[in-house]
Structures are given as C-alpha cells and as structure tokens.
Design a protein around this ligand. Structure first.
Ligand code: ADP
Length: 599
C-alpha cells in the first residue's frame, strides 16, 4: 500500500507540468477503475473474452504511463491511449458487452471525454470526428445485424451494467476534477505565497533604494563641500602664484579634483536613474548656444592632446527647441569626452543634424566620430552596460568607471531616442544619438561659427569682469572655508563682503546693515537656508525689502533650482561655486548703478 502511495506521489510531483500531472492522474484512476470493472464484469458473467479485452485495456493504460513517465512524452502517451482505446478496444467491447441496450453508450461517452482531457491540440478534433463516425457505424451495424452483438444474460444484467457504467462515469470524472482542483488549488496557494513574498521583497527593496538615494544625496553633499574648498582654494593659487612649480602642482590638483567631481556626478546620476528619480524636464533652449557650450567645453581638452575638434552642423536646424537641454548637453559632452579620451591622434568630429518628422517634431541627430583606437567586435555589444569597460588591458591607463555610456544610453531612452555605434579597431568609432524634440522656432540657426567668433571661444582663463566698490553683500555658510573662498574669488571686485556662519548670525547682521545681495547656504545646522529665508521674509521689518537672496547648495539634483525659485530665492548657485557663475549672478542681481564692467 505504501509503495502504491509513493508511486502516486511520484506521478503527481510538483516538477511536472499541469498537463503531464493530469495525464498521470487520469491513467492512475483509469487503471484502478479498469481493474475493479474487470473483476465486477467477471462476476456479472460477461465472459472470458471481456476479461481479455479489459486486460488489454489495462495493459494499454500501463504502456501509456510508461511512455509518459519513463520516456517523458506525456502528449504521445495521451495520443496512443486515445487511439487504441477509442478505435480498437471500444468497438470490440461494444459487440461483446451487449451493444446499445447495455451500459456501452456510457462507456463510449467516457472514452470520448477522455480524449479531450488527455490529448493536446488539434488531434483532439480528428479523434472526435472519428469517434462520431465510429459510434454511428456501430449503431448501424447493430441495427442491420443484431446477431453480431453478444447480448447480456438477461435484462437484469443489462440494467446492472447500465447503472454500473453511469456510476463509473461519475466516479472517474469526479475524481479527475477533484485531482485537478487540488492541483490548481495548490498552485494558487503557492502563487499567493510567492506574491506575498515578492511584495515583501519589493517593499524592503524600495526601502533599501530610498535609503541608498538619501545616502547618495548626503554623500554628494558631504563630498562636494570639501571639493568646493579644494577647487576654490586651488583657483586662488592658480590666479595669484607666479611660481612655475606651484602652478604645476595646482594644475594637477585642478585636474584631479575636477575628475573627482565628475565621478561624483556620474555616481549620483547613475543612482538616480536606477531608483527612477531621474526626470526629463523639457524646457525651451537655443540649439546654437547648446552646441557652442559643448564644443567650448571639449575644445581645450582636445587641443591639449594635440587633437582637432571639428564641428559640422546643418545650418537649417531650427534655432529654438523644446526638450531637456541640460541632459542633451550631458549626452554630447559624454560622447565628446570619450572621443577625446580614447583618441591619440587625428580628428574628432561633432556633427549636428536633424530629421523632420510631423509638423513641430524633429529628430535631433548627434554624431560624434573619432579616429581613435576603436572598439573590438566582441566588446562592442557590452559598452552601454553599467560598469563595463572595453579592453581593460589597453585602456587601463585611461580613467573611467564604465558609467558614462550607460548613463548616456539611459538618458536617451528616457527621452524616447536611440543610440548606435559603429567602430573598427585601430581606425575609429562613430556614435550616433537620435533624440526626438519639439520645434519652438523654425528660424534656422545659420552658421554657428559666425555667431560665436573663434576668439570668444573657450581656452582663455577667466578674469574678473566687474568692480562694485559701493556694493555690500552678505554671504552665509556654516563652513568657514566656503566663506573664505567666495571672499577670495571676489577680492578684485572690491565688493564689501560680510560673512555669517549661521542663520541666526545672518539675521542679526541683516537687521543692522543694508545689503544689496545675500548668498545663503541651504544645508546648515540648527537653522537651515530655507528657515533663515522664511524668517527674514516673515519679519515685519524686512517685509518691504527687495534684497535678492541667492541660495548656495551642494545639492546637484536636477529640478532643485525650480524648487528654490518656488520658495522665493532670486537665483541658485551650485557648489563648488565657479567664479564665472558667481560673477554672472552679481552682474544680474546687483543694482546696475553700483556695477562697473571692466571688460
Ligand atoms: P568609461 O568611464 O570607461 O569611459 P563609458 O561607459 O563612457 O566608460 O565607456 C565604456 C567603454 O566603451 C570604455 O571603457 C571604452 O572601452 C569604450 N569606449 C567608449 N567610447 C569610446 C570611443 N570613442 N573609442 C573607443 N572606445 C570607446
């Protein structure tokens, strides 16, 4: 008994498909029922021939069980069983077991129904049509040749056989449905458990992700603040020192801190994309100025390596577009940076073109071609994956994390665009990005070179462009060194600068003095920038004050500027504060009559 239980358990084990388990269940129930019927028929007196036929039927079921499980072909087993039992055994039984007056019509129904359960796909219909033809033929033969049918002993035997066939039909199909129901119920419970597990896992993943984002935002703040100090102080050395070796050291510090900053920015972007926080913010932008910015940014680096950076653009390109200009700039800069990084001699070409789509839609086409080392066929498939770097051995001296192209691709995906690459090792690479944009102004950009004459293009060190000896400003930051940096950066502007290391101190100073402009750090202990700002604006005393307040922040998250503007800040400066941006804000926000432009 135990062995039979074990065998049944094995035949209904979880690893099998539902269809396979169903066929096994039918075969097991079928064999049980046939063994029982054989003995029953024997005693009712249907004769030795029936006994042999039933025996053959049992063998046929066992053979199918073998094909389904040992040969692992459940569908073939179902088909064999259906054909043998329906077309060979059933017609024999019909003539031997009393024809249509007995329980035979029920047995034929049972056989016909079996086919639907155990045969998969279109053969079911063929067997069904065959069954109908066969059943009709049996009735016709019995009608014209009743003597062919071996009648049962008497009416009583016929009734018993009839009742028995009905109850067998009910029991067999009832058991099959029960088994099937149990299988489904088990699956349903398993699925429910899995779903619960997944929801729990999802929740904890979300929590971990949130924690990761908070950690990264904090870390970016923490790291950007000291880099701010390094870059700012170093800039003062570069400006003030005349000693060649000091300038040399400071130059190295500048390169290292800038690459550290870009690494931090990459990690921040990557984690934002990963956690779904990266948003595409469409704004109107001037195409010419965007191209010029990208060109200017990389031209110096290219020249530094003895490379030529060539710009080719379609002069008919619409001049103003709607899209995320900041991210498009990041994409172009990433592609150009790679081209410069992985090219030792020759030319890098930035090509900007467009494909007209419907009315106000275009596809902006950006192509960056280089004559660099190229990428091998085996590496090219993986270059857009995170942290993947092609040809690690050859490129080991080139700085990189393998994040740039992954970020670039994901940004392009977010904008519903596409990026492709063609490359030949030792010859060069060509990256093409296609990004859908909306046209705001159809006016063609014309020749960019004429607009931005070569002289004003990058490469020159920044020099102070204003003086304002009558102007007074207040700078608030809890980090002493940051205050010092701003003071140093503005030294030659002759602006009167007061500093405060806390919000509280800032309010005190603000009460006693008049300022033309205030720079207020966001993240300060006790009273942060926003609280200080609110306090100032709420106070009756300063209600009518028009002094613009600019927020200083290490929070580089895109879209933060809009939040600050919504609070009421006049502008927004990201740390590390760049001298050029700082002075740009001063020119924009200081009273015009106090400012004298020096260049
Ligand atoms: P990395 O920080 O390593 O530059 P990227 O994601 O920007 O990371 O690039 C992935 C890899 O693709 C690089 O390590 C480099 O092997 C290859 N690659 C990218 N751009 C170029 C190019 N212009 N020429 C040759 N190889 C390139």
């Amino acid at each position: 008994m135990n062995k039979i239980k074990k065998l049944i358990k094995y035949l209904l084990r979880d690893e099998l498909t539902t269809q396979h388990r169903l066929i096994n269940a039918i075969l097991v129930v079928g064999i049980g029922a046939l063994v029982f019927c054989t003995f029953f028929d024997f005693f009712v007196g249907t004769g030795i021939r029936t006994f042999w036929i039933m025996g053959l039927l049992i063998l046929c079921f066992v053979f199918s069980l073998y094909i389904a499980n040992v040969k692992n072909k459940p569908n073939a087993a179902g088909l064999i069983l259906a054909v043998i039992s329906n077309y060979f055994l059933m017609p024999f039984l019909y003539f031997l077991e009393g024809g249509k007056e007995s329980g035979m019509p029920m047995w034929l129904t049972l056989a016909g129904l079996f086919v639907w359960l155990i045969v998969d796909g279109w053969p079911v219909f063929l067997i069904y049509i065959g069954d109908i033809i066969l059943y009709a033929s049996l009735l016709i033969i019995e009608y014209f040749h009743p003597e062919y049918v071996h009648k049962m002993a008497d009416r009583k035997a016929e009734y018993i056989d009839y009742i028995f066939a009905i109850s067998a039909l009910i029991i067999i199909f009832g058991s099959i449905f029960k088994v099937q129901n149990r299988v489904y119920e088990k699956r349903r419970i398993e699925l429910e458990d899995k779903e619960r597990e997944l929801t729990e896992m999802n929740l904890s993943l979300e929590k971990a992700n949130e924690a990761k984002s908070i950690f990264l935002a904090r870390m970016s703040h923490e790291i950007r603040t000291p880099i701010n100090a390094v870059i700012g102080m170093n800039e003062m050395i570069l400006r003030e020192s005349a000693e060649a070796n000091i300038l040399n050291y400071a130059g190295s510090i500048e390169t290292a801190s800038n690459s550290l900053l870009s690494l931090i920015n990459d990690i921040l972007d990557f984690s934002k994309i990963e956690s779904g926080l990266m948003k595409i913010i469409p704004e109107e932008y001037e195409v010419a100025s965007l191209i010029n910015d990208c060109y200017s940014l990389l031209d110096m680096r290219a020249k530094g390596k003895g490379l030529r950076l060539k710009l080719e653009h379609n002069e008919k390109l619409p001049s103003v577009l709607l899209g995320d200009g900041v991210r498009i700039k990041q994409i172009i800069t990433n592609l150009l940076t790679n081209a410069v990084k992985y090219t030792d001699r020759g030319t890098i070409t930035l090509e900007v073109d467009y494909i007209k789509k419907e009315d106000t839609r275009i596809d902006l086409v950006i192509r960056v071609t280089d004559t660099g080392r190229g990428i091998s066929d085996e590496d090219i498939g993986g270059i857009f994956d995170s942290f993947s770097r092609a040809d690690e051995r050859q490129n080991r001296n080139i700085e990189g994390t393998g994040l740039g192209l992954s970020i670039t691709k994901q940004l392009i995906d977010l904008m519903n665009g596409s990026i492709s690459v063609k490359s030949k090792q030792g010859v060069g690479s060509e990256f093409t990005a296609v990004i859908p944009q909306t046209v705001v102004s159809r006016e063609p950009i014309g020749n960019i070179w004429e607009k931005f004459n070569a002289g004003s293009r990058t490469g020159q060190n920044y020099r102070e462009s204003l003086t304002a000896p009558e102007a007074s400003i207040l700078v608030v930051d809890d980090v002493q060194v940051n205050l010092q940096i701003i003071k140093l950066l503005l030294k030659t502007t002759q602006i009167n600068i007061d500093t405060a290391e806390s919000g509280r101190k800032a309010i005190e100073l603000y009460e006693d003095n008049h300022y033309d402009l205030v720079f207020l750090d966001h993240m300060m202990p006790e009273m942060d920038g926003i609280e200080t700002f609110d306090e100032i604006k709420k106070s009756e005393r300063y209600k009518n004050e028009q002094t613009p307040i600019v927020v200083l922040t290490a929070n580089a998250i895109q879209g933060a500027d809009k939040e600050y503007m919504a609070v009421g800040f006049a502008d927004y400066l990201t740390k590390p504060v760049q001298a050029k941006e700082l002075e740009h804000v001063l020119i924009k926000l200081l009273p015009k009559d106090l400012v004298t432009m020096t260049e």
